[in-house]
Design a protein around this ligand. Structure first.
Ligand SMILES: Cc1cc2nc3c(=O)[nH]c(=O)nc-3n(C[C@H](O)[C@H](O)[C@H](O)COP(=O)(O)OP(=O)(O)OC[C@H]3O[C@@H](n4cnc5c(N)ncnc54)[C@H](O)[C@@H]3O)c2cc1C
Length: 649
């Protein structure tokens, strides 16, 4: 290795190590937003078999927002709408289905209320193809050999990275603005930074996982035609242990099979269990049903270890994310989904800093926000994995299979089913939320306007923007409002304009306020504003904001030139009529306003962060107040002083 050829390079803005879900999501975002990326992985090719396969509802929203959903769905993934719970039968013989439960119950306002099951390798390839379109080729099989980060030595490109081909012989030294360690649980970057991992649970559980094609009379795995397999996600507890059944693409089924548990610190959790032994355990657990394997695609034995990294960065230049920061049981299907959200959180913040919009301190919120999300995940996973590995007492009574989550009856859920139900919001991804900080307004935020967080709003800063349907005025298409601005690194400002005859002046004042030279909007006008194409729909004035106006009116009654002031009217494709009925607010005249908890007459303004989380909500009023409130909010993390001149007038 030492005698190899050394190539010196300078200049990538981001250096990404590890082409698993976290690294790929980060590079895809940054490459799309124009950053120069260098990305390596030490494997010769993407994941071939095994690993993650569950894309949760919120992640599918994100993938759609990136324009990649069709590529995922082209693989015809299995969709899990319901989970069936099986327990020891009351007769004492074998197992019986006790209850079914929606995998994403209707109390969660999800666009896609199902888990999408597709092999991780297919998912990785969707991102890799997108990266290639943006000029980024993953360099394989290359490994990181070392790095150092020294701001004093080189303030612009402080990170020096050494890497080499895994076979030795060729080495490179590269300078970068950032280094990202997405190299999974055994992260070398984390080790070199001397960042520790806190392990949670002294109980160790060993599970086998097997993907394959099976022949069985277990009723929730059914072959209905020679070509098609229909199956449910099932969680089976029996006298002989537990199994989780997961549908897969290509007529496959994944079985997670409990092998052993111990609290003994000296116990070797990687005790071997052969393929045949795992299959024998599965047969015992599923008794009286039979199961035979026609083909085994992939098989592995793994211990469940729960750990969380002490830090995600030390200097806001070298970052960690994904499994490098948090590991847990794979059975709740969260690792890849959490990895995506780590990357998304970091990507837009790097973009905001590097493009001169936000102070470098913004990057500190990556660790605080994502570490607390990982803590919640581990808390949940700890309870879930423990319960899954324990034998459950039989529930008192058997309930007919039903996905109706509002149903209540005499049935007493056991602890596992209770934990499952309580956790659905979290596992769907909609329950992930961030605490108060400079981005997520709270009464402690420096922005103190009395217009902040109007009474009645159902939006919570730090939580995901609520889904709603509206009619796009220019073409009368009914659209999903939350999907209207693609993931482009911009803040999305939704002006819920209430009733046009009530808010005409307030809307005019808001538009005038935006044009004021010290407004958050004008201060970040794009340098090429005079040359922007007439067809630019999302960022005609500023690369940091997209404005969407939603009028509480029927589409046919809206005349853009009359009802929407110039600066807002420029976003022609982002003007909507709030005239679509919604079953969650059946009596509302303007359902989107009502779902947000905003006054249907007077409206309100919502700032949504580039990653889809609510930043702040303000009332829409006549005068400067609303724009001043937004100036104060953005002043908490932007590079320019905003609003003072306007406020003092
Ligand atoms: C059996 C199983 C089932 C799972 N099911 C699900 C599920 O359904 N849903 C879900 O969300 N999650 C699931 N997970 C978890 C999920 O696979 C991981 O959480 C996810 O892959 C983490 O992504 P990552 O990018 O952080 O790390 P990884 O996917 O581990 O990717 C790390 C990458 O870095 C590369 N690398 C490592 N070291 C170096 C180095 N020194 N130099 C260069 N490259 C390096 C590796 O080759 C790899 O490509 C499952 C995991 C397992 C084991």
């Amino acid at each position: 290795m030492a005698s190899g050829k050394t190539v010196k390079q300078e200049g990538p803005q981001s250096y990404d190590i590890g082409a698993g879900p976290v690294g790929l999501m980060l590079s895809t975002c940054l490459a799309r937003w124009g950053y120069k990326i260098k990305h390596i992985d030490n494997r010769p090719e993407p994941t071939r078999t095994g690993r993650a396969d569950g894309i949760q509802p919120r992640s599918l929203d994100l993938i759609r927002n990136m324009g990649l959903k069709a590529d995922i769905m082209a693989h015809k993934p299995a969709r899990v709408y319901e989970v069936a719970f099986w327990d020891p039968s009351q007769s004492g013989q074998g197992i019986a289905r006790t209850v079914t439960w929606a995998s994403c119950p209707s109390f969660i306002d999800a666009r896609y209320p199902f888990t999408t099951l597709l092999h991780q390798g297919h998912i990785e390839r969707v991102f890799i193809r997108d990266l290639e379109k943006h000029g980024v080729e993953i360099q394989r099989p290359w490994t990181i050999r070392g790095f150092r980060s020294d701001q004093k030595d080189d303030p612009d490109y402080p990170v020096h990275v050494e890497l080499g081909h895994v076979d030795g012989g060729i080495f490179e030294t590269v300078r970068a603005k950032y280094l990202f360690g997405g190299e999974g649980a055994r992260s070398l970057i984390r080790q070199q930074l001397n960042i520790g991992i806190k392990h949670r649970d002294p109980i160790q559980h060993v599970w086998g996982v097997m993907d394959g094609v099976v022949k069985t009379d277990f009723p929730d795995i059914k072959v209905r035609s020679p070509a098609t397999l229909y199956l449910m996600k099932c969680i089976v507890h029996s006298e002989h242990g537990s199994i989780m059944v997961i549908p897969r693409e290509d007529n496959m089924v994944r079985l997670y099979i409990q092998i052993a548990s111990s609290t003994d610190a000296n116990w070797n959790p990687r005790m071997t269990a052969t393929e045949a032994e795992v299959q024998a355990s599965a047969k015992k657990i599923l008794h009286p049903y039979s199961i035979e394997w026609q083909r085994v695609e992939w098989y592995s034995v793994y211990p469940i270890g729960q750990g969380i990294s002490d830090r995600y960065t030390l200097d806001q230049r070298v970052f960690l994310g994904g499994d490098a920061c948090h590991t847990h049981s794979p059975k709740a299907g969260q690792g890849m989904n959490t990895a995506f959200l780590d990357a998304l959180n970091l990507a837009w913040k790097i973009h905001a800093v590097e493009s001169g919009f936000a102070d470098r301190d913004l990057l500190k919120t990556y660790e605080s926000e994502r570490k607390s999300a990982a803590e919640s995940l581990l808390d949940f996973d700890n309870r879930y994995a423990k319960l899954l590995s324990q034998r459950q007492p039989a529930p008192c009574g058997v309930r007919a299979a039903s996905a109706d989550d509002e149903e209540t009856d005499e049935f007493q859920d056991n602890d596992f089913i209770k934990t499952f139900k309580e956790s659905c919001e979290f596992t769907s991804g909609y329950g992930v939320s961030y605490g108060a900080n400079s981005l997520n307004w709270s009464p402690n935020h420096p922005a103190k306007s009395p217009l902040m967080h109007p009474k009645g709003t159902k939006l919570t800063p730090g939580s995901i923007f609520i889904n709603s349907d509206v009619t796009r005025v220019v073409d009368a298409n009914v659209v999903h409002l939350e999907q209207e601005v693609p993931l482009n690194g911009s803040f999305r400002i939704f002006i819920f304009a209430g009733s046009p005859c009530v808010t005409r002046q307030a809307l005019l004042d808001f538009a005038n306020g935006l044009s004021g030279t010290r407004s958050f909007y004008a201060a970040y006008t794009r340098p090429d504003v005079g040359m922007v194409s007439h067809h630019e729909s999302h960022n005609p004035h500023s690369l940091f904001f997209t404005l969407c106006t939603v009028l509480a009116s029927k589409r046919s009654r809206i005349e853009i030139s009359r009802d929407v002031p110039g600066v807002l009217a420029r976003y022609r494709e982002h003007i909507y009529a709030d005239d679509i009925w919604d079953r969650r607010v059946p009596n509302a005249k303007a359902a989107a306003h009502a779902k947000m908890g905003l006054d249907e007459e007077n409206g309100g303004v919502v700032v949504v962060r580039p990653d889809g989380y609510v930043g702040m909500v303000a009332s829409l009023v006549e005068g400067n107040g609303t724009v001043d409130a937004l100036n104060d909010y953005f002043s908490a993390f932007c590079t320019k002083k905003l609003g003072q001149v306007v406020s003092q007038l």
